[in-house]
Design a protein around this ligand. Structure first.
Ligand code: SF4
Length: 457
């Protein structure tokens, strides 16, 4: 009975929100609740350099619904980084979905009798599944034997090199860690499993891995890099946060000038620090605001509240537009945590109203936020208390609200995310890019004016 209702839920939402692409409804449901893998659909590699399928790299958080010891075969024999859905009962256009493993999910990826992989919901095949091929650059290792996947994994079907150069966060423990974040746990579980998982990545290793990617990425699929990791409240190797993340950008830009669009995900820092990011060659700045509501920000992001404070965080986001240009400041929020109990909003209406207020605040200043769909990881306080995540209806209505607000302010989809539009988007950890119409992007990686005149009409 319960398993029947998931299909009914999905189809009901597709019917009630026809303006949201069907692809996005399935994608959001997979992102919020995860997918199970039959052994026939695992990547066939444990270390990331063998096999034919590009494996899940655990690029920053676990993004799984179970810990590694609980994942069984999927822990020993990695699942793919992403899957691509097409066709099936809902006639899906090409949809790239980041893999979040949940052995209890009603969605299962497995081979059918003909050997072709499919996505099954409640036992019925609903889409064809493609797996990402192992990229040539993953087959090569660094001089010291480390894999490219460990040092410079790529996601979004190869578009983005994800450089988590600091694998832990200096906000540590219940009183400081963001309540939905498992960065520190993820580091511990990979160490405990004996996997290579470098805490601080040496610049030389990053450059060597990028050299390999540059050499073997002959189709130039890889177009951007993100420098990120945990927050730095003191120093690492004598460097504060701006200098620590910035010095990687400087080295990359000196070695590969303009090869990739440089992005950094960091705290909302004072103007001088933000200027240093820009001077180092970063072109897109992600000072994530996480959750809009004041009470929830204080409860869910206690470290950020204590060290910086919500109002100052927002002030710095707007101030950083003077350095980067408004359209190159793209703060993220974690879509769904607004509804995490016991503190979150009780109804979808309230949660959407609050988030819409935040979108309007930023978009009225020409700043286009983006979001990742919350994955309720089991070792986080919010994931533990809310293993089902947020209601699917919240995610669908958020897509609708996001697009409407973007249109209202005449803004383009943010740069550095690849193309928008169903069937074209590659951004894999939320379907906001799948839900925008084609042709709504501005040129990438430039300091062009933030307002484009509406191409969304
Ligand atoms: S600042 Fe919060 S979300 Fe970011 S890594 Fe630290 S604990 Fe996680």
């Amino acid at each position: 009975m319960a398993s029947q209702s998931r299909t009914a839920l999905v189809e009901d939402l597709m019917e009630r929100f026809p303006q949201v692409p069907r692809e996005a409804v399935i994608k959001e449901d997979l992102l919020r609740g995860g997918m199970a893998f039959d052994e026939s659909a695992l990547s066939g590699t444990a270390d990331g350099s063998s096999g034919d399928v590009k494996p899940k790299s655990y690029f920053i958080f676990s993004f799984d619904h179970r810990t590694l010891p609980e994942l069984g075969a999927a822990a020993l024999n990695r699942p793919p980084e992403e899957i691509v859905l097409t066709g099936g009962a809902y006639g899906l256009r090409r949809t790239v979905v980041s893999v979040r493993v949940n052995p209890e999910s009603p969605y299962i990826v497995r081979a059918g009798e003909d050997g072709a992989l499919g996505l099954y919901l409640d036992g019925a095949r609903i889409a064809d599944v493609g797996l990402p091929p192992m990229p040539d650059y993953y087959r090569h290792t660094l001089e010291n034997g480390k894999s490219v996947m460990e040092v410079a994994p790529t996601i979004q079907w190869g578009y983005l090199v994800y450089l988590t150069v600091f694998r832990v966060c200096q906000y540590f423990g219940a009183k400081e860690e963001c309540q939905y974040c498992d960065i520190n746990h993820n580091w511990r579980q990979h160490k405990a499993a004996g996997r290579p998982y470098t805490g601080v990545k040496p610049v030389e290793e990053v450059l060597e891995a990028l050299e390999i990617i540059d050499r073997y990425d002959t189709t130039h699929a890889s177009q951007a890099y993100t420098l990120t990791g945990g927050s730095i409240t003191s120093h690492i190797g004598g460097r504060d946060e701006a200098d620590f993340y910035g010095h990687y950008a400087k080295a990359i830009e000196e070695r590969f000038p303009g090869r990739w669009i440089g992005k950094v995900v960091a705290q909302a820092l004072p103007r001088d620090d933000v200027q240093r990011f820009h001077d180092y060659g970063i072109r897109i700045y992600h000072p994530n605001f996480e959750v809009w509501d004041q009470r929830l920000f204080e409860l869910f992001c206690p470290g950020k509240e204590r060290y910086v404070g919500r109002d100052e965080w927002h002030r710095r986001i707007l101030e950083s537009t003077e350095v980067f240009g408004a359209r190159n400041v793209i703060p993220n929020f974690v879509a769904g945590v607004e509804m995490a109990q016991p503190f979150g909003f009780a109804t979808v209406n309230e949660a959407i109203d609050s988030t819409a207020e935040g979108l309007r605040f930023f978009m009225s200043h020409g700043v286009v936020p983006r979001f990742t769909t919350w994955c309720p990881e089991p070792t986080t306080p919010l994931g533990k208390a809310n293993p089902q995540g947020a209601p699917l209806e919240y995610h669908i209505r958020l897509l609708e609200t996001y697009r409407a607000t973007l249109e209202e302010y005449g803004l383009a989809s943010p740069p550095g995310y690849g193309p928008p539009g169903p069937g074209r988007a590659v951004f894999s950890v939320s379907s906001f890019m799948d839900s925008l119409p084609e042709g709504t992007e501005a040129a990438e990686g430039t300091d062009a004016p933030e307002r484009t005149g509406s191409t969304l009409a």
